[in-house]
Each structure stands twice: as structure tokens, then as C-alpha cells.
Design a protein around this ligand. Structure first.
Ligand code: NDP
Length: 315
């Protein structure tokens, strides 16, 4: 049978390119988990995905209620879950004030980390029940959360500190909206959320890989400077960033190429190693990359996991 893969945020950028690549392979049915049904439908059509290769299901990661509703709908669909790709993200580099999810968590960490945390925890049981030979749970990471790289050293750097803001619920009332308890900084909140994504993947691996055989992986697909992720950035940045990445850092990768890379992590028989953070070299060959000290800190991963469980109501 065809594999059944859920991709969050498949209505644009990397998620859409990955959905297209998998749908075209003929080996996958793609469940596009998106907050805007009409946009997702138009996006799927615009890249020429054939109707029988995808299903759109509503998911707003900025609402835990919506995450639970999605799980119910997915279960009712009767489809198996073979691979889950946590891809959706928001990035608010120019926001002066924080905004918040339905439950009152700062929006970037609330969406990118906490929404996906609840989703992946609840879908793990679905995955366990699938008889697919190579089950995978993938959480998209980023170089920007990795302070062992040049890009990860552009200020403001990711830093989760002692997690006091996360512990306090990131609500901006009796706690800071930032994980480390500092003043709000939208660019940093995004980077922090990506560190949480990479820590969560590794904690999943430690807790569940041996028992379930599921492959847990993260990746940095390259700098896809053209996606809507940068929609909130100032116009001059949006104009100069793609050529800067193309000609100066040479880290630029097209949406199509990035989609093929993520599609490899979903289905390539050689990428089954668990607990790994994949990157690609200039010749577009995958390799197992190093994470920064903070993004590979096992003690921090456990603490983020435990606090996140409380915040999303799992413990
Ligand atoms: P896009 O902005 O193009 O795509 C983000 C997707 O997430 C969109 O489909 C968006 O939906 C969706 N989304 C945002 N908020 C929510 C929500 N509350 N609920 C459900 N879906 C939501 O960005 P990219 O494709 O660039 O980003 C995809 C991933 O790649 C992210 O995890 C990002 O961190 C990562 N990444 C990107 C890099 C880059 O250079 N662009 C580099 C490294 C990693 P909608 O269409 O409705 O807005």
C-alpha cells in the first residue's frame, strides 16, 4: 500500500514542496494539515498535485483545542499514520510586542514547539498501530537555533537559559513571554522554538526509539530564502536576503530542492537512523550534522519535555 504521511503547514514553502515531491513519487498519500483550508486547496492545485494523492485536514497549531480536534478527525478518517512531519512555523522578526496562542502562550514557541509537541505526543499511538515498515517522526529544525554555526551566531542568539519563562507559561502576565525569562524578542523566540524542536526530537528518540522502532529525525534543509517565512520582515530585507544567500553565504536552496531533501528524510531507505539531525553539502548529499551544545543538552531536553507536558495538559 501507499505510505500515509501527515505534513503540518503544507500550504506553502517547504511543506508544500515536500507534499508535491511525495505525491508525485506515487508512493505516498499526503495529509496536508493546514490552518487555512482554501489556501491549502489552492496551493495543492497550483503545484499540480493530483486529487487522489492528498487530503486536506484542518489544523491550527496555535490552539491546543484545534490540535485535539485534528487528532479526532484523523482517527475518524480511518487512515493509518506512517510518517508525521512537523513543519509549520511562524517567525515574527519585526514584532515589537508578543502575540499569543489561544491558550495564552507566546505565539512562536506556542505554535512551533508546544502545538507540535501535543500533536506528536498524541499521534505517537496512531503511529505505533501502523504496520508500515519504516515509520518516521520528523521535526524540522534550523541552523538559526544552532550556535555552533555562523548563521546561528547572528544576534539575537538562541538561548533557553534556565527555562524560567517556559516554566511560568510564556504568558507575558506573571511570566516573561520568552523561555529564558528575558524581554520579548520575536527573532529570538523563533530561534528558541527551533532549539525546542531539535531537543524534542532527541528526547523522543531516547524515550521511544528502542520500544517502537520509529525513526526520529530533524533536519536543516538549507536556507530557503524565498518562502513566506520572511513575510513579516522589512521590505529591504526581503529584497536583499535571497541574493545574499545565493552569492555571499552560498547557503541558498530553492523551495523545490528543499522539498526533495525533506522528502528524502520521509522516505529514503538510507535515512533510517534515529536521533539524527540531517544537513546537505554543496553537492546536495545528505550528512549527519552536529548540533550546538544547547541543542544537544540531554538534561535540558528532559526539562523542556516535562515542562511542555504540563503546559499542554499531558501531565
Ligand atoms: P512558510 O511561511 O512558507 O510556511 C510555514 C507554514 O506553516 C505555512 O503553511 C503556514 O500556514 C504554517 N503555519 C503557520 N502557523 C500555523 C498554525 N498556527 N497552524 C498551522 N499551520 C501554521 O515557511 P517555510 O516553508 O520557510 O518554513 C517551513 C519550516 O522550515 C519551518 O519549520 C521553518 O522553521 C523551517 N526552516 C525554514 C528555513 C528557511 O530558510 N525558510 C530554513 C530552515 C528551516 P499558512 O500558509 O496558512 O500561513
Amino acid at each position: 500500500r501507499k505510505g500515509s504521511v501527515v505534513i503540518t503547514g503544507a500550504s506553502s514553502g517547504l511543506g508544500l514542496a515536500t507534499a508535491k515531491a511525495l505525491a508525485e513519487s506515487g508512493k505516498w498519500h499526503v495529509i496536508m494539515a493546514c490552518r487555512d483550508f482554501l489556501k491549502a486547496e489552492k496551493a495543492a492545485k497550483s503545484v499540480g498535485m493530483a486529487k487522489e494523492n492528498y487530503t486536506i485536514m484542518h489544523l491550527d497549531l496555535a490552539s491546543l483545542e484545534s490540535v485535539r480536534q485534528f487528532i479526532d478527525n484523523f482517527k475518524r478518517s480511518g487512515r493509518p499514520l506512517d510518517v508525521l512531519v512537523c513543519n509549520a512555523a511562524v517567525y515574527q522578526p519585526t514584532a515589537r510586542e508578543p502575540s499569543f496562542t489561544a491558550e495564552g502562550f507566546e505565539l512562536s514557541v506556542g505554535t512551533n514547539h508546544l502545538g507540535h509537541f501535543l500533536l506528536s505526543r498524541l499521534l505517537l499511538d496512531e503511529m505505533k498501530q501502523s504496520d508500515y515498515p519504516s515509520k518516521r517522526l520528523i521535526i524540522v529544525g534550523s541552523i538559526t537555533g544552532n550556535t555552533n554555526t555562523l548563521a546561528g551566531n547572528v544576534p539575537p542568539k538562541a538561548n533557553l537559559g534556565d527555562l524560567r519563562g517556559l516554566q511560568g507559561g510564556l504568558n507575558g502576565l506573571n511570566s516573561s513571554p520568552m523561555i529564558d525569562g528575558a524581554d520579548f524578542d520575536g527573532a529570538k523566540a523563533y530561534k528558541d522554538s527551533k532549539v525546542c524542536n531539535m531537543l524534542t526530537m532527541q528526547e523522543f528518540h531516547r524515550r521511544y526509539h528502542e520500544d517502537t522502532g520509529i525513526t526520529f529525525a530533524s533536519l536543516y534543509p538549507g536556507c530557503i530564502a524565498t518562502t513566506a517565512l520572511f513575510r513579516e520582515h522589512i521590505p529591504l530585507f526581503r529584497l536583499l536576503f535571497p541574493p545574499f544567500q545565493k552569492f555571499v553565504t552560498k547557503g541558498f536552496v530553492s523551495e523545490e530542492e528543499a522539498g526533495k531533501r525533506l522528502a528524502q528524510v520521509v522516505s529514503d531507505p538510507s535515512l533510517t537512523k534515529s536521533g539524527v539531525y540531517w544537513s546537505w553539502n554543496k553537492a546536495s548529499a545528505s550528512f549527519q550534522n552536529q548540533l550546538s551544545q544547547e541543542a544537544s543538552d540531554a538534561d535540558k531536553a528532559r526539562k523542556v519535555w516535562e515542562i511542555s507536558e504540563k503546559l499542554v495538559g499531558l501531565s
